[in-house]
Design a protein around this ligand. Structure first.
Ligand SMILES: Cc1cc2nc3c(=O)[nH]c(=O)nc-3n(C[C@H](O)[C@H](O)[C@H](O)COP(=O)(O)O)c2cc1C
Length: 201
């Protein structure tokens, strides 16, 4: 049996969302399929394993894919990474709609588990990730061919990070909005344990 490890909190702390990458450093071959392999083993409601994945890595396809993503809603003055700092890979997570024509709550939960597993796995190899829920499915669907019966639930953008991201406690003003300082360091406010752990019976 592998030994329990206490550095998981360190991994979760370090695996921050990343939105600026070194576009000249390609992901090592096989990285995206390895991440999907990690996602495929995650818990799934009813073990139905409804999620499907598409990876995008070639420079030509990346270029077509990029305009379909909406970056960092709180950074109003920033329009997303400039050329040279764009992701070097994407993973598209897809699921089918239910009889009500909606993605089920179970599929959304499965997607969250898969996405965070891939984000942590990526960071275990020093690769930064941004999970997207704001995207234009039409633009993405024109960039890569998607199965008609499936919808995009989320997209992960990946690459070698060039931005420093730091956790900070939520301040007195209570704002949870992430921000950057003059050096471009990205700060992410997180609530304190005492404010989220409501009770311990
Ligand atoms: C479900 C989900 C959807 C997200 N959608 C977007 C998005 O569309 N665009 C974006 O730039 N970041 C997106 N993010 C990243 C969040 O903004 C980020 O997780 C948050 O600012 C906290 O930063 P952290 O991941 O470093 O803790 C999303 C994250 C999650 C979990």
């Amino acid at each position: 049996m592998p030994k329990p490890t206490d550095d998981f909190l360190q991994l979760v702390s370090a695996a921050r969302t990343c939105r600026r990458f070194d576009a000249s450093r390609e992901l090592p071959e096989g990285t995206l399929s390895w991440l999907v392999d990690c996602a495929r083993l995650t818990p799934s409601a009813g073990n139905l394993q409804v999620l499907r994945y598409i990876t995008v890595q070639s420079a030509k396809n990346r270029e077509k894919f990029y305009p379909g993503l909406a970056w960092a809603n709180y950074l109003k003055e920033w329009n997303g990474p400039v050329e040279g700092e764009r992701p070097t890979g994407y993973i598209v997570v897809l699921a089918g709609r239910g009889p009500d024509n909606k993605i089920s709550a179970h599929s959304l939960l499965d997607t969250g588990i898969a996405a965070q597993t891939m984000q942590l796995a990526a960071w275990s190899r020093g690769i930064g990730t941004c999970i997207f829920r704001s995207f234009d499915p039409k633009v993405l669907g024109e960039a890569v061919s998607l199965p008609a019966e499936l919808d995009i639930v989320t997209v992960l953008a990946l690459g070698c990070p060039v931005e420093e991201r730091r956790l900070v406690p939520v301040g007195e003003d209570g704002s949870i909005r992430y921000y950057r300082d003059g050096q471009g360091i990205h700060y992410v406010p997180k609530r304190a344990l005492k404010d989220v752990l409501l009770a311990q019976y």
